[in-house]
Design a protein around this ligand. Structure first.
Ligand code: CIR
Length: 258
């Protein structure tokens, strides 16, 4: 029997996180203790919002394992197991897939497709997939075939200037997006209300959408104020240490809703 509850899957910060993949950022030292404490506070914010946090054990030989979002895309009754564009990250899959199996039917992106979950944005019945250094068109086509029978449209968006599509845009509501206009094509999200980030906070477009609130990084107070002015409840967490690994707040969980 498949359980349908509000769950947030997370994974402990790896001891080797300093050897993470980096694309747009320079390598700087990462304090694993601080990263773990910040990650625990993030998990508390998820729990406070009513989500049961299921934490997958650390994999100390897999530097990026904390960024579980990249490993699967959850839609309605099933989970699409991704095939990360960075080969170093593919060994992260088995325990995440095993955890998801308790909640969802599993399907998978097959070679030659490569997909990072960070490139997949869902807003209502629309799914946008960033074609990036990690995600290719073959994977977009596979995702379209998988999701069309459930009534989702899948549109491709070219990502330039940032790692993933969700570095540039996330959903605050079914019809409301938080966007960094510098990093998304002007015509890509026609029909959506768009809340632009404060231009001094280029990384601020990444927020976690929960049932009654958003989680945002505390480094971006001006954008949080814009979202609050728009009527959203925003919980701030300090995610500065994982940001050094090019991770943002959505990257650290897979959210399963009823
Ligand atoms: C990587 O480059 O794969 C990691 N260092 C960061 C992944 C961040 N994930 C995400 O934005 N969804």
């Amino acid at each position: 029997m498949i359980e349908r509850v509000q769950v947030a899957l997370t994974r402990e910060v790896s001891a080797s996180i300093a050897r993470c993949e980096l694309t747009h950022q320079a390598r700087v030292p990462i304090d694993v203790g601080i990263a773990r404490a910040q990650h625990a506070a993030y998990e508390r914010a998820l729990a406070d919002a009513g989500y049961r946090v299921e934490r997958i054990a650390a994999a100390d030989d897999l530097p990026d394992a904390v960024f579980v979002e990249d490993i699967a895309v959850v839609v309605d009754g099933f989970a699409v197991v991704a095939r990360p564009g960075a080969e170093s990250r593919r060994a992260e899959i088995p325990p995440v897939e095993a955890a998801l199996r308790a909640y969802r039917t599993i399907v998978a992106i097959e070679p030659p497709g490569t997909l990072d979950g960070g490139d997949v944005l869902r807003a209502g019945r629309r799914v946008f997939v960033g074609v990036s250094s990690r995600t290719n068109r073959d994977a977009v086509a596979q995702l379209r075939r998988l999701l069309a029978p459930c009534g989702y449209t899948v549109d491709e968006v070219t990502v330039a200037g940032c790692l993933h599509l969700k570095s540039a845009v996330t959903a605050a509501g079914d019809d409301v997006l938080v966007v960094n206009p510098e990093w998304i094509p002007a015509d890509a999200f026609a029909g959506f209300e768009r809340v632009p980030i404060d231009p001094r906070e280029p990384m601020a477009a990444n927020v976690v959408r929960l049932a009654d609130r958003l989680i945002a990084a505390s480094a971006f107070p001006r954008t949080a104020e814009r979202l609050e002015a728009r009527g959203f409840r925003v919980v701030r967490v300090d995610a500065s240490e994982l940001a050094k690994a090019e991770g943002a707040v959505t990257c650290c969980s897979i959210i399963l809703e009823d």
